[in-house]
Design a protein around this ligand. Sequence first.
Ligand code: HEM
Length: 225
Amino acid sequence: MRHISHFQSSFGSRVVVALMGLGLVGFVVFHMLGNLQVFEGPEALNSYAATLRDMPILLWAARIGLLGVVIVHITLAIRLALRNRRARPVAYAVREYRRASLASRTMALTGSVLVLFIVFHLLHLTAGIADPSVHNRLDAAGRLDVYGKVVHAFQNPLYVALYLVGQLALGVHLSHAVSGSLQTLGIEHAAFNRLFKRAGLAVGLFVVLGNLAIIFAIFFGIVGA
Ligand code: HEM
C-alpha cells in the first residue's frame, strides 16, 4: 500500500514537474524571440520593453506566476532526484549509464547552473546592479534604453563568458527537459520517444542559437557598433 501511494505521488510530481517545465520552455522561447528585436535596432527593442512595462498588472502577474512555477518545479525536481537516489542505494550499473543520455544524468547540475545564471541575469539586467551607470538611461523617446543595456553588456568579454556558460547549461537542460516531459505526459512507444528526443534537441538548439546570435552579433560589432 505504501508502495502504491509512493509510486502515485512520484508520478504526480513528475507530471507537475513536466507541465511546469514546459511552461518555462514557453517563457524562454518567448523571451528569446522578443530579444531578437535587438537586430532591428533600439526603436524596436525599447518600444517592445516599454509595451511590456505599460501593462504592469499583466507583467507582475506573469512575474509572480513565473517565480511560483520556478519554485515548485525546482522543489519537486529536487525531491524526485533525492527519492530516486534513495530508491537506488547501489550506484547505477555501467550498462544503465550507457542507456541514459549525458543530458538526462546531468539535469541536477545543469538545473543548478541555470538557477545561478538566472539570479545573476536578474541582478545584471533587471536590477542593474552590475552596471548602474547604464541601467536607468533613457533613449531619445524617453523610454528605458534596454537596447543600450544589452549592447553594453555583450561588449564586455566577461559578461559574454558568463552568458555562454548559462547558454550551455540551458541547451543541455532543455534538450533533455523537453523530451523527458513529453515522455512523462505521453505515450511510452519507441517511435514517439525518438520523435520527442528530436523535438527536445530542436527546441534546445532553437533557443540557444537565437540567444547566441544576440551575444555574438553584439560582441563582434555587427549590432550596436
Ligand atoms: C542572450 C540571452 C538573453 C538576453 C539578451 C536577455 C535579456 C534580458 C533583458 C534585457 C531583461 C530585462 C528586461 C527589462 O529590463 O525590460 C531580461 C529579463 C529577464 N530574463 Fe533575460 N535575457 C537572456 C536570456 C535569458 C534566459 C536564458 C533566461 C532564463 C533561463 C532569462 C530570464 C529572464 C527573466 C526571468 C527576466 C525578468 C523578466 C522581468 O523583468 O519580468 N533570460 N532579459
